[in-house]
Design a protein around this ligand. Sequence first.
Ligand SMILES: *[C@@H]1O[C@H](CO)[C@@H](O)[C@H](O)[C@H]1NC(C)=O
Length: 174
Amino acid sequence: MGMKKMLKIIWILIINFVNVVPLLLLAQNSPKDYLKAHNNARAEVGVKPLNWDPQLELHARLFVEKYMADCKKAFLDASLANKYGQNSAYSAPPQSGAEAVARWVKHKHNYDYKSNSCIDGTLNCLCYTQVVWNSTNLLGCASVECQNYEATLATCLYYPPQGKIPNQRPYKIH
Ligand SMILES: *[C@@H]1O[C@H](CO)[C@@H](O)[C@H](O)[C@H]1NC(C)=O
């Protein structure tokens, strides 16, 4: 094999390798992946699984695409938060959608069922309570690769949203 041909093959291998990374990320960005990550956490506290809603997915997609050029700005936008429940995750380095959900679920450690509030006095458990909110039954999520950093932005929308009445809990302990 000539040197030129070999170099060409090496380049093709490198280019394909670079292409594999985003594909792997995409592999965990399907509705099934988002649902599984949510519904495992819900099953743990005895709450019914969520169903995928294409309309919510569309709104989530429009939202993340709006902030593709500057992903961090998404956190200043509460325009959907009145109508839907919403969890967002900015991650650098990039993360899959399933990993973003796993981050919200981790906040379980910061939720105190007895006082129905976040242990550290912040709002840092509300992403978890939304994931497991009993009366929420619809989910739609989307994520994008950010253009300004090596990062991803994921958002999930929930309907109906988690309750905002102080003594309302996400689920019952029997
Ligand atoms: C969820 O809500 C349903 C319907 O209101 C209720 O019957 C059920 O006990 C609730 N489950 C939990 C775990 O809170």
